[in-house]
Write a protein that binds this ligand. Structure first.
Ligand code: X90
Length: 277
């Protein structure tokens, strides 16, 4: 029985140890230029280009065919997508899942709607991988991952919500808060997979205590943390130190946002996936 994990690229993962893994790219569009969110894309160069680009920019989710290609040949497929409330990725993956099973009735696919993105998707993928390596059955993996999803959360900090507002992913009133110079908007992925503002911090110094406050309020007690930043290793590192001070030995990983998350989280942005008790 072969097993495969398929994530769309908003999970910010390109490869995975010991388990068959595919990342299906979303795309960023700016006039004639298209940035494919895969490991060949230079995120820094994209951000520089978009910073100077005056035209309209947008994003697109993978199509059904791209998910089908990613599923190819695997007996058991576990697919995790960005929240269905902000993207068509989940729907495309669901249609691909039905088509795949019609073509190969003996194969199995489950698509998890992360109701989130970034590091929270990475945590779900890690859980799936751990269960695959223990030879857990398909049905049991699906049940256990659904239960685990109740115990994972996503916090974020954004310095600009310009691209989110321009693409209709947040109301303009929310974007205006972060439009103020030096203000970081802190928010979380809501239960229905939308952006929910929960606080703000003026300057980076105040950001770390603000994030710590919301981590605790969400129920963080020393579990895994997956931080992805947009050109902001400093804030990510300081957050890790603050968490370790309170929870020595916590399993914390820092990574960089890929193209899709960098486009929306923008410069300085942090996405923080974590486990609660
Ligand atoms: O289908 C598409 O074109 C992709 C649209 C994605 C829109 C939202 C991306 C958000 C990326 C921003 C902060 C975290 C928000 C979490 C909300 C659940 C990151």
């Amino acid at each position: 029985m072969s097993s495969k994990i398929v994530l769309d690229s908003s999970g910010n993962l390109h490869c995975f140890e010991n388990v068959d893994f595919v990342s299906v790219p979303l795309k960023i569009l700016a006039g004639d230029r298209e940035f494919v969110d895969d490991e060949k894309n230079d995120v820094q160069e994209m951000v520089r280009f978009l910073g100077e680009y005056k035209g309209k920019t947008s994003t697109s989710c993978p199509g059904v065919g791209e998910f089908l290609d990613a599923f190819a040949e695997a007996d058991n497929v576990y697919c995790v997508t960005i929240t269905s409330n902000l993207s068509g990725s989940y729907n495309a993956a669901e249609v691909a899942a039905r088509t795949y099973q019609e073509q190969h009735p003996e194969r199995k696919v489950h698509v998890f709607d992360s109701l989130s993105t970034g590091g929270e998707m990475a945590l779900l993928a890690e859980k799936i991988a751990e269960l695959i390596l223990k030879n857990t059955s398909f049905e049991s993996i699906v049940e256990q991952v659904k239960a685990y999803q109740q115990k994972t959360r996503l916090l974020f900090s954004l310095e600009s919500l310009h691209n989110l507002a321009n693409n209709g992913r947040v109301p303009n009133a929310v974007a205006a808060i972060a439009g103020m110079l030096g203000i970081r908007l802190v928010g979380k992925a809501s239960e229905v997979g939308t952006l929910q503002p929960i606080g703000k911090a003026r300057g980076e110094k105040k950001l770390i205590p603000e994030l710590m406050k919301h981590l605790s309020a969400s129920g963080y007690c020393g579990g895994k943390v997956r931080i992805d930043h947009c050109s902001n290793p400093d804030a990510a590192g300081k957050l890790r130190e603050a968490i370790l001070e309170q929870f020595p030995g916590a399993d914390i990983r820092i990574g960089e946002n890929g193209a899709l998350c960098s486009f929306y989280a923008e410069k300085g942005g942090l996405l923080i996936g974590f486990e609660i008790a």
